[in-house]
Design a protein around this ligand. Sequence first.
Ligand SMILES: [Zn+2]
Ligand SMILES: [Zn+2]
Length: 374
Amino acid sequence: MTMGKAAVYTKPHTFELIELPVPDVEAGGLLVKITSAGICGSDLHYWRGDISPSFWAGGAKGGVILGHEMTGVVQALGKGVTKDSMGRPLKEGDRVAYTYFFPCMRCYNCLRGELNTCPNRTRFRQTVEDFPYCTGGFSEYFYLPPGHFVFKMPDELGDELATSANCAVAQVIFGLRKAGIGMGDHVVVQGAGGLGINAVAAAKEMGAERVIAIDGQPGRLKLAEECGADDTIDIREYNTVETRTARVRELTEGRGADVVLELVGFPDALVEGFSLMRPGGKIVEIGCMWPNSTTQLDVSKFVWTNATVIGIAHYDPYILPVTLDFLVRTKDKYPLGDIMSHSFPLEKIDEAFQQSEWLGKDTGSAITRAFLKP
Ligand SMILES: [Zn+2]
Ligand SMILES: [Zn+2]
């Protein structure tokens, strides 16, 4: 039996490096050899113990493999798989992008074509003890079950751009589309991390008139500007909701933003969004994805601002080829690859997580994401 390396998450702050059987690929399945996996903010939440992996695993109790933002090459194609999800020929050795969640295709929501809302969709499919074992990014292999969505990676995209495509980039593009963003819109992006920087560039490409990024780290704000932000608001200078609101009004001819994206992951940022948006505006909530993200909200704000709040988890798989096209088209325009600033071998996963924990506190360089090379 062929074996592959994997870092198994067993309890907060603890990974165990083990060897796992490489699964035999079922008909319609696909095995990926991972070349790069990013440490997403949500992985850090698992690592800290904010969320139990069973939140996603449908009750998995044992060790699971974290990591979902990743790319790799086709190691083996299951019987019947000869093309990618766009009908392009696919062969072993091809670089690919793929969704890391798997809608069931047998429920009301899937039938409605709302694949990101499928209540049965899985991510960590089970513990590492059960087939197909390799169900996370911090591993040498990743298994795509029958019915998966896979896309050939454009040659122009190196792994520094390709790795984030299936999480950070696709997620914010889907959010912006859900908000119906268009020409002339003023957009506020709360949080200029992995999601925020990509959201800034994507909003500009979708026609936003003015994009304002809010963060507290000069490195991130600088990168946001390089990636298309028209203005930035440093929360160390504008350190109250009132001053940030006043600044956003100043920058939007007194109106407030048409769309606010909450990508910080602080529940209070959502409340602040009501002040930053214009009456009748929209808030896209992506940041607060772990349970018990509670805050106090005066519900009348909701009513009297005629607000629309759009909650988003995952995306429709068609967004992934849209994302890849966006990355190819803008690769010389925005330095989005700079988001991926730190690289570690899988064996150094502890160090990678510890450093990622500190990335958010760095004041100098623009560092937002670390990635592992299994
Ligand atoms: Zn993610
Ligand atoms: Zn379903």
